[in-house]
Ligand binder design. Sequence first.
Ligand SMILES: Cc1cc2nc3c(=O)[nH]c(=O)nc-3n(C[C@H](O)[C@H](O)[C@H](O)COP(=O)(O)O)c2cc1C
Ligand SMILES: CCCCCCC(=O)C(=O)O
Length: 371
Amino acid sequence: MIEPLDMSTFLTVRDLERVARAELPPSTLGYFKSGAESQTTLRANRRAFRKWAIDYRVMVDVSRVDTRIRLLGRDVATPILIAPMAYHCLAHPDGELASARAAAKSGAPYVATTLATKPLEEIATAFDAANTAGATPRWFQLYVNKDRGITRSIIERADAAGYEALVVTVDVPVMGRRLSDLRNAFTLPPGMTAANLADAVQGAKNAYHHAYATGRHDPSLTWRDIASFREITRMPILLKGIVRGDDALRAIDAGASGVVVSNHGGRQLDNAIASLDALPRVLDAVASRQAAGFDVLVDGGIRWGTDIFKALALGARAVMVGRPILWGLTVGGEAGVVRVLQILQNELTTSMALAGCPDIASITRDLLVPA
Ligand SMILES: Cc1cc2nc3c(=O)[nH]c(=O)nc-3n(C[C@H](O)[C@H](O)[C@H](O)COP(=O)(O)O)c2cc1C
Ligand SMILES: CCCCCCC(=O)C(=O)O
């Protein structure tokens, strides 16, 4: 019998990544880890964090460190969210049910993807059962289907299942060229499906990824559509994949409540600007709206608590973490994702204490200098 791994032996996200890379079949590993084309943006996302050093304060009472934030108008325990990512069952048979439970137990907001391998209703139930104090929100990420009837029905299902926000991903008009997926003809293995779309892609049950990307996904999405989604749902809308100040302002005009500064983890436009590099100009553009509750989040390349510290110091409300969650899920299922979130949370609170920041509000811009 193989003994379950003791999660406490993993001290960094990298420790889990190493084991996950060894465990995953090549085609799945390629799908999870890859960026588009030359992977320049994938690398730039990491490099952007190394451009900053933390100019710390001393002699501040940090006997208590509080990571609570306000997010879309409610209190949340941590600024670390789980990014929407397709096909969690590739990492572990419990898939999104495991990652959702782990998020709820850790107090980390969870963003379920349209392309989940478990139905959005089951993910909601798994999350809520573990969210005993009801303190943590879960959001739903939307990919827009060419058949707007299907899109509408997904939004209505997410609404009915009690998701608190709709995250519309806007940086995938078409899929980026991830070379390993092309070489491996990546698709879902037999028996695994994009569970929210099962009715929509009948006849392609073992090839959802390709069938969805080439046949169903809508490249004609524009700002006008956001206004039309506003009419369908009570959920506040965030746009994920914004890197420009003028687009952030358009998002506000379209009725969005926030944006996620993101280049999709370097998986879409290769040579795109790094997310962290784009963050300051987006924040500058929407500065006057932040007091009114317009939230700016960022993702891409976050692997350490100090990365989160830097993003918050630049002015992000919160961060989303992508691939590290898949490494944790691969290595230990729910316990592995809990461990990833614990590691990042511990690193964040340690860096806050060492930088003289007892709470998130005290992580200010002057604490960063060029490295
Ligand atoms: C395997 C994988 C699948 C993803 N699927 C989705 C998705 O379904 N919807 C979405 O909006 N973003 C998706 N993303 C992008 C993530 O939400 C996020 O923007 C990115 O992973 C952040 O970068 P990081 O992985 O470096 O943390 C995916 C990313 C990965 C790695
Ligand atoms: C054309 C939409 C396919 C997106 C696949 C999921 C995703 O966002 C990613 O792999 O990245």
